[in-house]
Design a protein around this ligand. Structure first.
Ligand code: TRP
Ligand code: SF4
Length: 405
């Protein structure tokens, strides 16, 4: 159901299909998704249209990247029973909402989003002076608003996009939440709640609007959530009236900042495909071993007998992700006294990464061999997503004057 209570608890997030994922993704985004899927109603999707805004010339690899990424999600334990997994382009309603939102979005808002200029600078080899790339954050707004998602887990770099989404939602509600006879409808809706609840609602609203009492606002929102006798439309009116606006059709989402991954790359920089310093989630045990064995260490340890400093060593950062206190002590003492060699030191992290990835690799292999199952999971996710998206579009078309036949 598309109720207010659900919306506050609905999580939506997307990832551009970059192909096989790596340990940086796992220790950042994916572990966070695994946690969220137990706490909220989650929608996770492949942002394939977003990939095209920058990679419109490389369409050959798109399909494979999409499926590889979905398999990696499943392999790490994203559970299609708790979360709906889908592909953006399979829910064309996103495109319709994007287009309709474009009517009311000032160009300046898009030009001002920091990633617009940053990415153009960074991806100099591509021509990103396109309409599609300018619209990237607005497409993201449509992704979020079409599910009326309350919470959007994103990394630091995406917070500005969620902020812009809030502005777009506010503008939309301001323009289209002003229906004729709004006050009279509000009156009628209040009455429908019954005497006691009506009085409570009015008191709480007063406390919020006159004294800025944020607790009162929360209590009133919860009160509205629990009402059985009024329609969704009436709830949206009362919610809007509470906050001093018109009817709230597209609620403002909140960014849930994903804790940054502590996973270093093999060279000590952030793990990232563009630095070629990754361990993929499906890395073979021999390759894990070989890649970690050849990792650079503290350059001061030229000979085995030279003492080192863990703070200057990328392997130490791996220990901090994987090792318990006693192993950390062993490294610190052994390294600074030259009591252990770097190959000894790498042993426990090699074992830990192997142990972590063995079941992931195994599950990925199972899904690779059963593409039909993967397709079925995505088909079901797309259907669940479309159900919600369709409902929102009915409302959007209606308030934008488009519901004639
Ligand atoms: N832009 C996001 C990224 O690059 C991906 C994305 C697209 C997204 N639509 C979204 C994330 C909606 C959250 C919500 O990571
Ligand atoms: Fe790095 Fe360990 Fe070698 Fe010290 S002993 S330099 S922490 S790999």
């Amino acid at each position: 159901m598309n109720t207010l209570a659900n919306q506050q608890h609905r999580v939506l997030s997307g990832m551009r299909p970059t192909g096989a994922l790596h340990l940086g993704h796992y220790h950042g985004v994916l572990k966070n998704w695994l946690k969220l899927q137990h706490e909220y109603e989650c929608f996770f999707f492949v942002a394939d249209w977003h990939a095209l805004t920058t990679h419109y010339e490389e369409v050959e690899i798109l399909e494979q990247s999409v499926w590889e990424m979905v398999i990696d999600w499943l392999a790490v334990g994203v559970n299609p029973g708790s979360a709906s997994l889908f592909i953006q382009s399979r829910v064309p309603e996103h495109a319709e909402l994007h287009m309709l939102l474009s009517m009311i979005t000032p160009l300046g808002w898009l030009e001002r989003v920091p990633s617009y200029k940053d990415q153009q600078e960074k991806l100099k080899e591509r021509d990103l002076a396109t309409y599609g790339f300018l619209g990237y954050p607005l497409l993201q707004s449509a992704d979020i608003l079409i599910y009326k998602a309350g919470k959007v887990p994103v990394g630091e770099d995406q917070v500005a996009h969620v902020e812009m989404t809030r502005e777009v939602a506010r503008r939309f509600n301001h323009l289209y939440g002003r229906e004729p006879g709004f006050e009279a409808r509000v009156e009628a809706a209040i009455k429908k709640m019954g005497k006691k609840n009506a009085r409570l609602y009015n008191d709480l609203r007063k406390k919020y609007t006159e004294q800025g009492d944020a607790e009162a606002l929360k209590t009133a929102q919860a009160l509205l959530d629990s009402q059985q006798n009024i329609t969704l439309g009436d709830k949206e009116r009362l919610l809007g009236f509470l906050e001093g606006s018109g009817r709230i059709i597209l609620p403002e989402p909140e960014a849930l900042l994903t804790p940054a991954s502590k996973m270093p790359g093999l060279d000590g920089q952030k793990m990232s495909k563009s630095y070629k310093n990754t361990l993929s989630l499906r890395e073979e045990p021999d390759d894990i071993e070989q890649k970690i064995r050849t990792m650079p260490t503290d350059p001061a340890r030229v000979r085995r007998t030279d003492p080192g400093n863990p703070e200057k060593c990328p392997v130490w950062k791996l220990h901090q992700v994987y090792s318990a206190e006693d192993t950390l002590e062993w490294v610190k003492t052994g390294c600074t006294s030259a009591g252990i060699g770097c190959i000894d030191c790498k042993g426990p992290v090699i074992d830990a990464v192997k142990a972590e990835l063995a079941p992931v690799r195994e599950r990925a292999r199972e899904y690779e061999e059963d593409r039909g199952l993967v397709r079925k999971i995505i088909n079901e996710g797309c259907e669940r997503a479309r159900d919600v998206a369709r409902q929102t579009m009915v409302e959007v078309r209606q308030v934008m004057g488009l519901d004639y036949r």
